[in-house]
Ligand binder design. Structure first.
Ligand SMILES: Cc1ncc(C[n+]2csc(CCOP(=O)(O)OP(=O)(O)O)c2C)c(N)n1
Ligand SMILES: [Mg+2]
Length: 635
C-alpha cells in the first residue's frame, strides 16, 4: 500500500517519512522503540517495511550498517531521544568509517519542551554533527518530505555515509500534505559522478602503471560500492598489475585469482607490507587510505608514484601524482576503452607476468595458517580458519568483530566474490553478530558466519534472541581466551604485564545460546570443530560454537612463536584457559540434533566452485567508442 495521492490528502509526518524511505528502496529497519517514534513505526508497517526489534540500539545500528554495506541502498535504524541516540552512536560512527548509507531517525522531545532539559532531551544535531554526514531536526512538519529527500541524497551521494534525523514527538504526528506523486525516487548509492572522467587523467594513470617495474593496485570499498569487481579483474588482467585489498575489504577481488596478493592492515603478512613498500607505482582505487590499511600512514611510501581514483579523494601529505574524482566504475570503463586500443610490448608483459607469479607464490606461502602440529589445549585458530574455508558454502557471508582472533581469518580465509565479507574499519567490538543478522535478512537464503572474541561477542550477545526470532540463518564462532586479548598483548608490549582490566571470567556461551533459543555447542579440541560446524550448518536455528582457546595464541603473526615465547605450560596457570567444565558445558536442554555428526570418511569438497564475481545489478557497459590505437608500454 502506498500513500493516497488524492489532491488535498493529508498524512502524518511519520507516514510521509515511511513513504519516502520506501521510495528510496528501504526494505528493513532496526530499532529499540520509544514512545516518540511510534508514528514512524506505524507508517513503516503501512508501507510493509519490515521492522526488526533489536536488543540494543548499538546492535540496531550495526544491523543497518551491514544491510547498507551489502546492498548499497539506504538502511534505517530508529531510536528514541537522548538515550536511544547515545546507544546508536557506535553504529553511526562505524557507518561513517565504512561509507555506509545509514539513515538514523531519532524521536525528540516535544517542540514546546525543547531547551528545558526535558525527559531524555539531548541536542541531537549538535551531538551528532561530528559523527554523521548530516544531522538535522525537522522543526516544521511541512518540511519533512523535503528534508527526507535531502537526507537520502546525503546518505547515498558522493561518498556515502550516515545521516541523522531528529523528529520531535509533536512533529512526528502532525498532519501534512501527502508526498507529491512525481517525487524523485532516490535509488541505491550509485554515485552521481557518472560523467566521463577526464581522458587525460585516465591516460596518465594508465601510463603510470604501464611504465612501472613493480606496480600495484590497492582496492577498497569504493570498488564494492560501484559494483566493479568484474571490471577490476579485467583491468588488472589487461595491465597485468596485481591487486591488494584494503583492510576489511577482502572480498573486493577474487582471492583465488593469480593477481590477488592479499589484504593489507591487521593480519597481513610482513611480505605484503614489503611488497606495498617496494611498489614503484600504486593506483589507489576507492580507498580512503585509512590508518590500518596504510600500516599507520606508511603507504604510499616516500617517493612512490601514485594515483587515486575516488568519489571524494582524500589524498595524503605527499600527494598523489594524479587525482581523479570519479566513480570507480566510470574510471574502469574509460580505462578499458583506452586499453582496447593499446599495444603492449610482448617481452615486458612476459617479465611482468613472471614477477606476478613469484608474488602470488609469496602470497600462497604467507597465508598458510595451519601448518603447526597442535594437540591442544583448545582449538588451533588456524585450523579453525582452514576448516571454515573448506566446509562453508562459498556464498556464505563472513562478518568479523574486533580482536586478535580476527587476524587468523584475515590471513587465512579466501573470498571468491563481492558481498561475502562484512567488517568495519572502525573496529567496533560487538559488531559481528548484529552484522551477521543484518546480512542474512538482506540476503535471505545465504548463511552468515560471525567471528568474535569472548569480549566482543558478550557486548551484543543478547541479539542472539533477535536472530532466533527473525529466523536468521547464522553461526557465531566465539574464540574464547578468557581475556580482552588484543589489549592484554598491548600491555605485554609495554612491559607492564598483562591482566589489568583485561582478564575476563568464564561464560558458558553455549548455554547462553541455548537460553536464547539457539543451538549452542562447546568445542574443546581441533577434532571437535568440524563436526560441530557441520551440525551448526544443518541446524534449523541460529548456532553458537564456543571455541575454547589456549590464550597463548594471540595474532596470526605471533603464531606458535608466541606460544613458545609465553614460556610456561598453560597448565601452570589455572586461570589461563577459560574454565568451561565439561560437565557443565553441555546444555541440559540439548536437543537430539546436538550430538555431533561423525565426519564422513572421505571428505567431499563441500565448497562449490566459486561463482564468478557477477554483479547482477551492474548496468550494462556501453559499447566502447572507436578510438585510435595508443601505445602503452609495460616496462
Ligand atoms: C567498543 C570497543 N571497545 C573497546 C575496544 C578496544 N579493543 C579492541 S580489541 C579489544 C579486545 C577484544 O577482546 P576479544 O573480543 O575477547 O578478542 P581477543 O582480542 O581476545 O581475541 C578491545 C577491548 C574496541 N575495539 N571496541
Ligand atoms: Mg578474548
Amino acid at each position: 500500500m502506498s500513500i493516497s495521492e488524492e489532491p488535498g490528502a493529508t498524512v502524518t509526518v511519520g507516514a510521509a517519512l515511511a513513504e519516502g524511505l520506501a521510495r528510496a528502496g528501504v526494505k528493513i529497519a532496526f530499532t529499540v522503540p520509544g514512545e516518540s517514534v511510534l508514528g514512524l513505526l506505524e507508517g513503516l508497517a503501512a508501507r510493509r517495511i519490515r521492522v526488526v526489534a533489536a536488543r540494543h540500539e548499538g546492535s540496531a545500528a550495526f544491523m543497518a550498517e551491514s544491510v547498507a554495506q551489502l546492498t548499497g541502498r539506504p538502511a534505517v535504524c530508529i531510536g528514541t531521544r537522548g538515550v536511544g541516540a547515545s546507544n546508536l552512536a557506535i553504529g553511526l560512527h562505524a557507518a561513517r568509517a565504512d561509507s555506509a548509507p545509514v539513515i538514523a531517525i531519532v524521536g525528540q522531545v516535544r517542540s514546546d519542551l525543547r531547551g528545558r532539559e526535558a525527559f531524555q532531551e539531548m541536542d541531537l544535531v549538535r551531538a551528532f554533527e561530528p559523527i554523521v554526514k548530516w544531522a538535522v531536526e525537522i522543526k516544521d512538519p511541512g518540511e519533512a518530505w523535503a528534508i527526507l529527500e535531502r537526507a537520502v541524497a546525503a546518505a547515498t551521494r558522493g561518498r556515502p555515509g550516515p545521516v541523522l534525523l531528529s523528529v520531535p514527538a509533536d512533529v512526528m504526528d502532525a498532519l501534512v500534505a501527502a508526498p507529491p506523486i512525481a517525487a524523485t525516487k532516490p535509488g541505491a548509492s550509485r554515485p552521481e559522478h557518472q560523467a566521463e572522467p577526464d581522458p587525460t587523467l585516465v591516460r596518465k594513470i594508465l601510463h603510470l602503471l604501464a611504465d612501472a617495474r613493480r606496480p600495484l593496485i590497492l582496492a577498497g570499498a569504493g570498488v564494492l560500492r560501484a559494483r566493479s569487481t568484474d571490471a577490476l579483474v579485467r583491468f588488472a588482467e589487461t595491465m597485468r598489475v596485481p591487486v591488494v585489498a584494503s583492510w576489511r575489504r577482502a572480498d573486493v577481488f577474487p582471492n583465488d585469482h593469480p593477481l590477488y596478493l592479499g589484504m593489507t592492515g591487521n593480519g597481513a603478512p610482513a611480505s605484503l607490507r614489503a611488497r606495498l613498500e617496494e611498489a614503484d607505482a600504486l593506483l589507489v582505487l576507492g580507498s580512503r587510505l585509512g590508518e590500518m590499511t596504510t600500516f599507520g600512514y606508511q603507504i604510499p611510501g616516500p617517493g612512490v608514484r601514485w594515483a587515486q581514483v575516488d568519489m571524494e579523494p582524500r589524498g595524503a601529505p605527499d600527494g598523489p601524482e594524479v587525482v581523479l574524482a570519479a566513480d570507480v566504475a566510470t574510471f574502469l570503463r574509460s580505462a578499458q576503452r583506452v586499453l582496447g586500443h593499446a599495444a603492449f610490448e610482448a617481452t615486458s608483459l612476459d617479465e611482468r607476468t613472471a614477477a606476478n607469479v613469484v608474488d602470488r607464490a609469496g602470497y600462497e606461502a604467507a597465508t598458510v595458517v595451519d601448518a603447526e602440529a597442535w594437540d591442544g589445549p583448545g582449538a588451533h585458530p588456524g585450523r579453525v580458519t582452514t576448516t571454515l574455508a573448506r566446509v562453508l558454502p562459498a556464498d556464505s557471508i563472513i562478518t568479523t568483530d574486533a580482536g586478535d582472533f580476527g587476524t587468523w581469518a584475515a590471513r587465512g580465509l579466501r573470498f571468491h566474490r563481492p558481498g561475502t565479507f562484512i567488517g568495519s574499519t572502525a573496529g567496533p567490538m560487538g559488531f559481528a553478530l548484529p552484522a551477521a543478522i543484518g546480512a542474512v535478512l538482506a540476503r535471505p537464503g545465504r548463511l552468515a558466519v560471525a567471528l568474535a572474541g569472548d569480549g566482543g561477542f558478550a557486548m551484543t550477545m543478547a541479539d542472539l534472541e533477535t536472530a532466533v526470532r527473525e529466523r536468521a540463518r547464522l553461526i557465531t564462532l566465539v574464540f574464547d581466551n578468557g581475556r580482552y586479548g588484543a589489549i592484554w598483548r598491548d600491555q605485554d608490549r609495554r612491559g607492564t604485564g598483562g591482566g589489568m582490566a583485561t582478564r575476563l571470567g568464564a561464560v558458558d556461551f553455549a548455554a547462553v545460546a541455548e537460553a536464547c533459543g539457539a543451538l549452542g555447542l562447546t568445542v574443546r579440541t581441533d577434532d571437535e570443530f568440524e563436526p560441530a560446524l557441520r551440525q551448526a550448518i544443518e541446524a534449523s536455528r541460529p548456532a553458537v560454537l564456543h571455541l575454547i582457546m589456549d590464550p597463548r595464541w594471540t595474532t596470526v603473526e605471533a603464531g606458535l612463536a608466541g606460544i613458545a615465547a609465553a614460556g610456561a605450560a598453560v597448565e601452570a596457570d589455572p586461570e589461563a584457559v577459560p574454565a568451561t567444565e565439561p560437565e557443565t558445558a553441555e546444555p541440559e536442554t540439548a536437543e537430539p540434533e546436538a550430538a555431533p555428526e561423525p565426519a564422513p570418511a572421505t571428505e567431499p569438497e563441500l565448497a562449490p566452485e566459486p561463482a564468478p564475481a557477477t554483479e547482477p545489478e551492474l548496468a550494462p557497459e556501453p559499447a566502447p567508442a572507436a578510438e585510435s590505437a595508443e601505445a602503452v608500454s609495460v616496462a
